[in-house]
Design a protein around this ligand. Sequence first.
Ligand code: PEP
Ligand code: MN
Length: 373
Amino acid sequence: MIVILESNIDKNGERYTSLMNRLSQLPNVQVRVHEEVGTQHVLTELYLIGNTSSLPLEEIQSLPGVEQVVRISGAYRVLGRHKNDHRSSHFEYNGVTFSQDTLNVFAGLCAVDTPEHVEAMMRALREHGLVCTRMGAYKPRTNPYSFQGHGKNCMPYVFELAGKYGIKVIAMEVTSEQHIHEINEALEQTGRPTGILLQIGTRNTQNFELLKAVGRQQEFPVLLKRGFGITLEESLNAAEYLASEGNRKVVFCLRGMKTNMGDPHRNLVDFAHVPVVKRLTRMPVCIDPSHSVGTRDRSSDGILDLLHVTAQGVIAGANMVLVDFHPAPDKALVDGPQALRLPELAYFLEDIQLARKAYEARTALVKRYETTA
Ligand code: PEP
Ligand code: MN
């Protein structure tokens, strides 16, 4: 059961103390406090854990300081969408809003290679009005002899260039807790010119110690990729690990499943799960067409498979697109063959807008037919 308190409730005040006293008397029930500090409000939620099924909802609802009570109806306590659950499903980070209603495009380098490529990429983003990007510094590679990423050494120039070109959020993968500290240090050194969305890659979706470490910090929001060989439920539980540790600013990313049933694509595209994740949880949903498709093949209509699947995800309501671009794909150190080229950026964005408009038209249509559909 989740007990949502009046916003800005005084923790030392009479109402809060008497509420906590009352709750502490409930047999076999533990109370866990979660605080969400926003720019104007502090939202406090109490998670009642244990034997709560027999607790009378109305009684808890009438206690002092209580705004709303939600009975948990699924496995994902914090991130899940429960019956009569009116909690908001959006967060702001560094001026960018992430929600189940917005759409943010994160186009950028799979892996940072040279300052020149980073700058060319960011210049193109600014020219097209984009304020988000992806830049891999730590690359988890299948082969130990492959390029592993420039790590913390590239961060000062990546962050400074981001500041120069007005980039507000960079999706950057981390594979260990140490990387969070390195990112923080580099941001501090450069005067915090940009923000970071910590990415947990598909190989680490069930690295529970990493999930706990990333969940414990609340400085950075998180982009969690679906595990490539596990069920959707298992991946959503991984997201819940982050939230249960305190960080609920989580975006969930579909990136395809590893099976040769997806051939000739790199992975089997799973964007049919966009609405499923939005129904089961309150997380914004990202699609990664690059790692799903993995090639620049196009069909006889002239459209790249990569753009076809992007449109499929967006028309189904995706809230974020994570996509590989590169100024010189032949020189890319990782995933060059699947990268889109800078002159394709305008076309890519326009194609996304078409799909987004179609999605908006579809949501208007279902409302119009609500009584009959
Ligand atoms: C990536 O986005 O660069 C990446 C490695 O993706 P994934 O973890 O989905 O393979
Ligand atoms: Mn990649």
